[in-house]
Design a protein around this ligand. Structure first.
Ligand code: FAD
Ligand code: SF4
Ligand code: SF4
Length: 397
């Protein structure tokens, strides 16, 4: 019996049942399929394999001596970009949706794994295999909750599809790469986004109710480079709340334990990554990791304005200062937060230095979380690049 046949005997877990990674499960969807057969080697929270899978995926390891690779992973090039004609209602300018549509229209793939929302709830993720541009467009904008994108993997094998694009975040992509060879595909393309601080649907509700003036009308939000959360509301209005004014004492438990233990912020195993944090405000940030990623970017290059990435400022003092705040969940009064936001905005880290600020602060917080809550996992679970990054700071005992 081939391995492709043997996994079909495994049984998907029932919705709501405890997952093999227990409280650390990020609900990536793998265990909703018979690919649960491979969970021990595929789950990002049972066996962390970023270093090894980077080499198999990109044909070389991350160069830890190069600061940009240490932080942003294996790559050929980075740039800031925006669509000349943004897609209305996309999270940013819609580069992700545009790449997916081009790949489908040009016949490079037969389907695209992406995530729409349920009819009743705009934030309830509903993963699908899109076969038309309309279905891809209906998946635009972040569903800022844990999303079981890989729950559609069984359908791929059943459909007989041979060429596939998967859009996803780091934990989903690690599991996908681990089972890639078992999917029976001729070609897999992976389009990733960065991801951090994700929450369950219930956690999201708590965040919206604690932070926004009108939680029921929020359509999307983002933690921006100006150190504020920007909420977009149904009527098109925008609301901003400074990070430093967030009620961290109330919010400290809302992030999912998986996301407090995650070190794959930049989606190391995707062929190309599209985010925003290394780019100027209102621009997106593209990291091309390998030749497949380059092929994907070429498809939309004529729809984009691009400019080189920049890096300004010095993040390190701000990161060091933020560590005790993360640790003790302190909140500054809102007026002090506003003032600090303005000062940081004027003199603070910009471009790639802002991205490093965000990576440093999240890795330091997550390192402390794993050390305190899952100390036995610390050595194997934290990838070498993250150990080096965290090692630059003085952490509390
Ligand atoms: P669009 O064209 O609007 O397409 C969005 C795509 O995202 C869709 O194809 C959809 O299938 C997919 N998607 C939506 N929700 C999810 C989900 N929960 N899981 C998997 N796939 C999903 N970028 C940064 O630079 N820094 C960050 O800190 C950061 N945090 C993020 C946190 C989360 C939870 C998510 C989902 C994304 C985050 N991003 C971050 C990426 C960024 O917000 C945008 O998604 C990205 O720049 C693409 O924008 P776009 O306009 O091209 O996407
Ligand atoms: Fe399974 Fe994914 Fe949860 Fe790991 S994170 S236990 S692979 S559903
Ligand atoms: Fe997955 Fe990490 Fe994003 Fe959480 S923060 S959803 S673990 S990639």
């Amino acid at each position: 019996m081939t391995s492709i046949e043997s996994h079909k005997k495994a049984k998907a877990l029932k919705p709501g049942s405890v997952r093999p990674a227990k409280e650390l499960c990020s609900e990536c969807g793998l265990c909703d399929t018979y690919y649960i057969h491979y969970v021990k080697e595929a789950c990002a929270f049972i066996t962390q394999r970023i270093d090894e899978l980077e080499t198999t995926t990109h044909n070389r390891p991350r160069n830890l001596e190069d600061e940009n690779e240490l932080y942003f992973g294996v790559h050929q090039e980075m740039m800031s970009a925006r669509k000349q004609e943004p897609i209305e209602g996309a999270q940013w300018t819609g580069i992700v949706s545009s790449i997916a549509i081009e790949m489908l229209n040009r016949g490079l793939v037969e389907g695209v794994v992406c995530v729409q929302n349920s009819k009743e709830d705009r934030f309830q993720p509903m993963p699908i295999i899109a076969r038309t541009p309309e279905e891809i467009l209906a998946a635009k904008v972040n569903k800022p909750t844990l999303s079981p994108n890989l729950s559609v993997l069984e359908q791929i094998e059943k459909s007989g599809m041979k060429r596939l694009l998967v859009i996803g975040v780091g934990c989903q992509i690690q599991a996908l790469r681990a089972v890639e060879k078992k999917l029976g595909l001729e070609k897999l393309y992976v389009l990733g986004t960065p991801c951090v601080d994700n929450v369950t649907r219930a956690g999201l509700q708590k965040f919206l109710e604690t932070t926004s003036r009108s939680p029921q009308t929020v359509v999307s939000y983002e933690f921006m480079q100006d150190f504020r959360v920007h909420f977009k509301h149904q009527d098109g209005s925008e609301e901003t709340v400074p990070f430093f004014g967030l009620k961290t004492n109330v919010l400290k438990d809302i992030f999912a334990p998986s996301c407090m233990s995650c070190f794959d912020y930049v989606n190391s195993l995707a062929d190309i990554v599209v985010g925003y944090m290394g780019a100027p405000y209102k621009w997106q940030w593209i990291v091309v990791r390998n030749d497949t990623g380059k092929e994907m970017l070429e498809l939309v290059k004529d729809q984009l304005d691009t400019q080189p990435v920049i890096s300004q400022g010095n993040r390190k003092p701000a990161v060091q200062q933020s560590i005790p705040a993360y640790d003790q969940a302190v909140t500054l009064p809102i007026w002090a937060a506003k003032l600090m936001g303005v000062v940081i905005d004027k003199i603070g880290p910009k471009g790639l230095e802002y991205a490093r600020f965000s990576i440093d602060s999240h890795f330091a917080r997550n390192y402390l979380y794993v050390k305190r809550n899952h100390g036995e996992k610390l050595a194997a679970h934290v990838p070498e690049f993250a150990k080096r990054i965290v090692g630059q700071y003085k952490l509390p005992k």
